[in-house]
Design a protein around this ligand. Structure first.
Ligand SMILES: Nc1nc2c(ncn2[C@@H]2O[C@H](COP(=O)(O)OP(=O)(O)OP(=O)(O)O)[C@@H](O)[C@H]2O)c(=O)[nH]1
Ligand SMILES: [K+]
Ligand SMILES: [Mg+2]
Length: 488
């Protein structure tokens, strides 16, 4: 009521009509970053977007769809100017959410933004204009069929992407490549199922050839292979999305913490000449040639007597077991130069099924006579993993180490633009695993009971549908949109 009075006091009759119009649920939020900035973007979505734009610009006519227009933004109650900025009108369904949307590009001062939010909140006195929940714009876009779940996940990843390779992978997924791949598989299954059902229904009338059945078998088999190999990608999409977990490991005092500090270019870990300095795991996030690396410095591995150091060593071993990549550090001056002996020294350090490893022979500056033999051993490689001499003191060998790291990361994460798109979440691999299992069951059922075999195909298709959200999306929506920011 207060608003109705306020609006009628403020003037135009169309504003009053807005109040009586049946508004559905309209959301608004700041979609740009928070805090002081050059430009802040506030957007709305829902049937109230039109009225909100009219109220704030004080004009009944809207700018042409999807064209920026310069407008004075005013408080609808007092008509006091709040800012002069650009507004855009996106009538549904040609908008991000598929609903009527409006955008206000304002000067990014906190008082401007809060003034306009208050004005919109005032419009919240009308039925149904309210602040958006995190991810609610994207959620609405999903509900209106503007994107599938994998694209929504890609969008979330794109906003969070910190390195180029992550951005490439996320953009590809947001543009629907992964979703289209799963959709294609789902359609293949639909077709195979239709043929199988036709065979079941009509084979007795002799209208359907035996070949139909073998064709269905071949299709299902080929699909099982294709999904199987998509699954066996070494988790490269997941690694790229979450960052490759690399662990710096080695005996005490070889310069592990010095290496961490050198790579992150700040004194993140304590360095001292005392063996057993590091106990807690120290973690930093790095961008190496566009790939994300989560690097952990750990306690020196030895049979410690001090209980606190023992705990540190146990944590170090835990980290080693979970690592995607190990940077094994040894003291260059204290290792045998002969490759086989060097390999044995390394082997005694790492767990049996160790992940890929880079051997770092640190303190190269202390090598007598330049360490020619060791240098040759590193260059030859065999039977060592990729290895480099390094001096954390002088920086010698750092470029080589970075190149080795970049190569390993590229191998682990793959090229996000090459080949078919990678699955990026354990959610995907879980459903794909179930899908493949159902296809394998088809193979067995098929000889005994065609009806049951058909049921397996339906089940396999349901698992694919769960990934894209065409089936049973409700249970996962909260999880997927939980990490989205407000305004997206
Ligand atoms: N000469 C030389 N000294 C180094 C180099 N890197 C590290 N140091 C020294 O070696 C000592 C141990 O370095 P840290 O980085 O603490 O070694 P750490 O492996 O983390 O040691 P713990 O945490 O105790 O296992 C310190 O005195 C460093 O200054 C290097 O490349 N050359
Ligand atoms: K130390
Ligand atoms: Mg240390």
């Amino acid at each position: 009521m207060a608003l109705r009075r306020a609006l009628s006091a403020a003037g135009p009759r169309w504003a009053q009509r807005l109040c009586s119009a049946a508004w559905g649920d309209t959301i608004f939020a700041v979609s740009s970053g928070h805090g002081r900035c050059g430009v802040a973007v506030i957007r709305t979505s829902g049937p109230g977007s039109r009225g909100a734009l009219q109220s704030l610009t004080g004009r009944p006519e809207l700018p042409p769809p999807r064209v920026l227009a310069l407008r004075r933004i005013r408080d609808p109650t007092t008509a006091e100017p709040l800012d002069r900025g650009l507004v855009v009108w996106f009538p549904g369904p040609q908008s991000f959410t598929g609903e009527d949307c409006a955008e206000l590009h304002l000067h990014g001062g906190p008082a401007v933004v809060s003034g306009v939010l208050r004005a919109l909140g005032l419009a919240g006195g009308l039925p149904g204009l309210r602040p958006a929940e995190p991810g609610e714009f994207t959620r609405r876009a999903f509900r209106r069929g503007k994107l599938d779940l994998t694209a929504a996940e890609g969008l979330g990843d794109l906003i969070r992407a910190e390195t180029e390779a992550q951005r490439r992978q996320a953009l590809r997924q947001m543009e629907g490549e992964l979703g289209r791949l799963y959709q294609r598989w789902s359609e293949t299954l639909t077709q195979a199922l239709a043929h199988l059902e036709a065979y079941i229904d009509f084979s007795e009338d002799d209208n359907v050839e035996e070949e139909v059945l073998s064709q269905v078998d071949a299709t299902v088999w080929a699909l099982e292979q294709e999904i199987g190999s998509h699954l066996q990608d070494g988790r490269r999409g997941e690694l790229l999305r979450g960052g490759v977990r690399a662990v710096i490991a080695g005996p005490p005092n070889v310069g592990k913490s010095s290496l961490l500090n050198l790579l992150c270019q700040r004194p993140a870990a304590i360095v001292s000449p005392v063996a057993g300095t590091t106990r807690d795991v120290v973690e930093v996030a790095l961008n190496i040639s566009g790939y994300p690396l989560v690097l952990s410095d750990t306690a020196g591995l030895r049979d410690a007597t001090d209980p606190v150091e023992q705990e540190g060593v146990s944590r170090a071993r835990d980290r080693l077991r979970q690592a995607d990549l190990v940077l094994a550090v040894l003291d260059a001056a204290a290792v045998p130069a002969e490759p086989a002996a060097l390999g044995a020294a390394l082997g005694s350090l790492l767990p049996p099924a160790a992940p890929p490893c880079i051997l770092v022979l640190n303190k190269a500056d202390l090598l007598q006579g330049g360490g020619g033999t060791l240098r040759d051993a590193c260059a030859r490689g065999d039977p060592l993993p990729p290895a480099t001499l390094l001096s954390c003191r002088t920086g010698e060998g750092l470029d080589h180490l970075l190149a080795l790291l970049a190569r390993q990361l590229a191998q682990l994460c793959g090229d996000p633009l090459a080949g078919s798109p990678s699955l990026t979440q354990s959610r995907h691999s879980l459903h794909l695993g179930d899908c493949v299992a159902a296809l394998a069951r088809y193979d067995r059922e098929r000889r005994r009971d065609l009806g049951l075999a058909a049921e397996r195909l339906r089940l396999a298709r349901r698992h694919l549908g769960r990934i894209t959200g065409h089936v049973g999306a409700e249970d996962v929506l909260d999880i997927i949109f939980r990490d989205f920011c407000v305004g997206k």
